[in-house]
Design a protein around this ligand. Structure first.
Ligand SMILES: [Zn+2]
Length: 127
């Protein structure tokens, strides 16, 4: 696993928040294509980085993610940390605000979409 691949996977569900719909669709297709090539053993890091740098909004997001230690690098697919009894509930909210809240109680549960915005809910850290 490489940094550009991690970033690409992290970016996919957020594209709609960073750029307009047409651009998000275009980038989504391009990134998914590159991730497919990556799955087939092709080195796509350079092309991913070029893709990120070609869009100012994405470039800014990537730069912030890489330099700001407060932005967690976690993806929603990461296993629940410290699965102690009674402490494994993870709270998820819509990135637009707490109008949708959902608790993940099991690793087998998929992260749902916000019914209003149709984007994946985001893990609320520090609970
Ligand atoms: Zn929402």
């Amino acid at each position: 696993m490489t940094v550009p691949i991690d970033l690409a996977r992290e970016l996919l569900p957020r594209l709609g928040l960073l750029v307009n719909h047409a651009e998000a669709t275009r980038l989504n297709d391009a990134i998914e294509q590159l991730l497919r090539e990556h799955d087939n053993g092709v080195d796509v890091d350079t092309r991913l980085v070029e893709l990120f740098s070609s869009v100012p909004e994405i470039q800014r997001y990537v730069a912030n993610t890489l330099t700001d230690p407060h932005i967690p690098q976690k993806t929603p697919y990461e296993p629940l940390a410290g699965d102690r009894a009674g402490s494994s509930l993870q709270r998820y909210e819509c990135p637009y605000g707490p109008h949708t809240t959902w608790f993940r109680t099991s690793l087998s549960q998929e992260i749902p979409l916000c019914a209003e915005h149709q984007i994946p809910l985001r893990l609320v850290p520090g609970r």
